[in-house]
Write a protein that binds this ligand. Structure first.
Ligand code: CTP
Length: 413
């Protein structure tokens, strides 16, 4: 589970402290309990009431307050993750030297949980041999020190030294909480994966279409997490309601026919294909090139439909690359003929895929929401339950199962 964990957010004295406010929000909104430890200089940039109000917790600022509870030891022992953002050159130096001259550095000496530093400083400071040695020492001791982003710095200058975006730091935090520091391993490096996302639209005329409620969030989460794990990703995106993720190749499509063409074109080079898109099963038999007019006829016109090809079945039946892993999604509701998993099992067999992610839809579940619970059925009979959580967590479990199935096939073959 990645929700409801105890996180210490250390904030050092850099201008990027204001961005740590957003990181704090991302953490608390995901249900984590966050204790903020700002250094004295950090408080000159962002004041204690901001940290207290947004964390919903008392803010620990020095070793002398609340001394009877020995705060640095208590906070350190309780923490399941310590994030230091921004980590200034001075903070990295003090942490590397094992100093304990304020509450944050003292706490860093008492923790046994993973520690992630997100550095932010001017390029010269980041590239200085003293900082390089400090970063290497911290990494060698098992801490995660992120590389700063390249871009605009405090003044007019730009270069390496920007704090990574809060969403990126949060993604690292999520992975470390879920899977430990080993979770940051690039276990999809050298692999090419294809993900379809969104919902296809079948046009009746230039303005109307038959569509579905899929936002594309789950597919985007799959693309993002695969890229974070080192994969080369092709995202076939059908009418997404969310922004395209960075770092992946996006092929925008509208209809099922276009989605099929794009997926089949990418398939020969893919180690894994995940069909997260909601694909229309039927399309209008005729697509009018002009807008269909409301006529004076008493009866509305009836709509003739034709069946669309089933892309997942094609992929499952004809593995264009040996050892390719094919994953389908099935949004199901139980009915008189069987429960959600019974329908899932027969769909898995029918579609010939290796894995089928089955989620129950309806009652606010599945579509247009950021969370998703599911059971992942394997053609080998396996059943992996994924509890309700962010779509990225479900995505990571899908990739875990894909990685396990690719294990016997070296990358690049
Ligand atoms: N799918 C596909 N091509 C289609 C329809 C669906 O590739 N024409 C894929 C979807 O991307 C998804 C999986 O098949 O990965 C299951 O989709 P779903 O709509 O649940 O399956 P259907 O075959 O349409 O079955 P149902 O009769 O339950 O609608």
């Amino acid at each position: 589970m990645t929700v409801g964990r105890r996180v210490v957010l250390g904030v050092a004295g850099g201008i990027a402290a204001y961005k740590a406010v957003e990181l704090l929000r991302l953490l608390t909104e995901s249900g984590h309990s966050v204790r903020v430890i700002p250094t004295a200089s950090a408080l000159r940039f962002v004041g204690e009431p901001t940290w207290a109000a947004l964390s919903g917790n008392l803010v620990a600022t020095d070793v002398w307050a609340d001394a009877d509870s020995v705060p640095h030891v208590r906070l350190g022992r309780e923490a399941e993750l310590v994030l230091v953002a921004p980590a200034t050159a001075d903070l990295l130096a003090r942490a590397a030297a094992g100093r304990a001259d304020d509450l944050l550095t003292a706490t860093l000496l008492t923790v046994s949980c993973p520690v992630v530093y997100a550095p932010a400083m001017h390029t010269e400071m980041w590239e200085h041999p003293a900082t390089r040695v400090n970063v290497a020492a911290l990494r060698q001791r098992g801490a995660v020190v992120l590389d700063p982003a390249v871009g605009r710095l405090t003044g007019a200058d730009s270069g390496a030294g920007r704090l990574p975006e809060p969403t990126e730091i949060f993604a690292v935090a999520r992975l470390v909480l879920a899977r430990g520091v080993a979770g940051l391993r690039a276990d999809l490096a050298g692999r090419h994966v294809v993900v379809s996302a969104g919902g296809t639209r079948e046009h009746l005329d230039p303005v109307r279409f038959l569509g579905n409620r899929s936002s594309g969030r789950q597919g985007v989460a799959l693309a993002k997490t695969a890229a974070a794990r080192g994969a080369e990703v092709t995202l076939v995106a059908a009418n997404l309601a969310v922004p395209f993720p960075a770092g992946v190749t996006v092929v925008p499509v509208v209809s099922t026919a276009e989605l099929r063409t794009a997926v089949l074109a990418a398939a020969p080079g893919a180690d894994a294909i995940v069909m997260a898109a909601a694909v229309a099963d039927f399309a209008p038999a005729v697509r009018s090139v002009v807008k269909i007019k409301k006529t004076d006829a008493a009866e509305p016109p009836s709509l003739a439909l034709v069946r669309n090809p089933d892309i997942l079945t094609e992929l499952g039946a004809d593995r264009v690359r040996p050892g390719q892993v094919v994953v389908g999604f099935a949004a199901e509701t139980g009915d008189d003929s069987g429960g959600v998993l019974t329908h899932g099992r027969s769909k898995l067999a029918r579609k010939g895929c290796d894995l089928l992610v089955v989620n129950e839809v309806g009652n606010g579940r599945g579509f247009e929401v950021a969370h998703n619970a599911a059971v992942i059925l394997g053609a080998d009979g396996s059943e992996t339950a994924v509890p309700d959580g962010p779509k990225e967590s479900l995505a990571d479990v899908v990739w875990d199962l894909v990685v396990a199935r690719l294990a016997n096939r070296p990358a690049g073959q």
